[in-house]
Write a protein that binds this ligand. Structure first.
Ligand code: 48F
Length: 257
């Protein structure tokens, strides 16, 4: 009966997919642009990578452009990433290019999955696995379970490296520091919190701040700004793309050494 087979097809292949991803090279928390770019380059390098986003539609803050005017801006330094993802763009001003934010977000997601990354939507990462002072994986639950405040235990997913790509709240860094009494690789050892907007410094510092912030835990995108206390930059996305590529390269260098 087709009615039964439709259900069976979904259930059996979904749980195969979940089981294949219980033991990862890299778990990326957050499906914003920096994390998706990281997923793409990691998968392209042959690593086993899964990305978890709490929303129905991963893509983070890229869909809406600025104030829901659905265009974004990328500077010259990051244009090669736009080209690698086959995104249409037009030159606007000296060194600045604009593109459609919906096309851009869709292209990032499509290429990451085609490169071999697995994206789990509707998953909230509520904690990490923390053993011998190293981050070893993520603890996940259904977003609706957490939203409803239901007392349901999560599942555990092992990963050699975890990336905090949760954006402005840098949730994984906050959780690791708060729960385990450890110091992160920041000036204060804690999450400092992002500063007010400054495009030039914000864009440079988000890439500088992309690093292994604690053994096993990497940080990229706005989470990197928030952790290290550097400025936000608004709807210019080159820094996010470059940060995603940088974190992928750091992890590739570590895991393939
Ligand atoms: O904030 P976000 O878009 O991440 P990003 O890669 O990019 C930032 C830009 O969009 C923009 C900007 C550019 O200049 O400032 O804000 O740093 O996306 C973060 C994603 O993480 C998900 C959230 O739903 C969003 O899609 N997320 C956050 N916390 C969790 C999470 C969590 N604990 N578990 C799962 N997903």
């Amino acid at each position: 009966m087709i009615e039964r087979n439709v259900s069976k097809g979904i259930i059996s292949t979904y749980f195969d997919k979940l089981e294949r991803n219980l033991d990862l090279d890299v778990a990326i928390v957050g499906g914003g642009p920096s994390g998706i770019v990281a997923a793409y380059y990691l998968a392209k390098a042959g690593l086993k990578v899964a990305q978890f986003d709490r929303k129905l539609s991963p893509g983070g803050g890229m869909w809406g452009g600025a104030m829901m005017f659905n265009q974004i801006v990328v500077q010259e330094e990051a244009l090669h990433i736009i080209q690698e993802f086959d995104i249409n763009y037009q030159a606007y001003d000296k060194g600045l290019y604009v593109m459609d934010s919906v096309e851009s977000t869709a292209a990032l997601l499509y290429k990451a999955v085609h490169a071999g990354a697995t994206i789990f939507n509707c998953y909230s990462v509520e904690d990490v696995i923390f053993k011998n002072n190293v981050v070893n994986g993520v603890v996940v639950n259904w977003t609706p379970v957490l939203r409803e405040g239901m007392h349901v235990d999560p599942l555990n997913i092992l990963a050699k490296c975890v990336v905090d790509g949760t954006g402005h709240d840098s949730e994984m860094c906050c959780t690791v520091a708060r729960k385990n009494g450890i110091k992160l690789a920041t000036e204060t050892g804690q999450v400092i919190g992002e500063r007010s907007l400054d495009v030039i410094n914000g864009e440079a510092e988000v890439v500088n701040g992309t690093k292994e912030i604690y053994p096993g835990l990497y940080v990229c995108g706005m989470a990197a700004s928030a952790v290290s206390g550097t400025p936000r930059m608004g709807p210019i996305f080159g820094g996010m793309l470059l940060s995603g590529k940088k974190v992928a390269n750091l992890i590739i260098a570590k895991l393939k050494a």
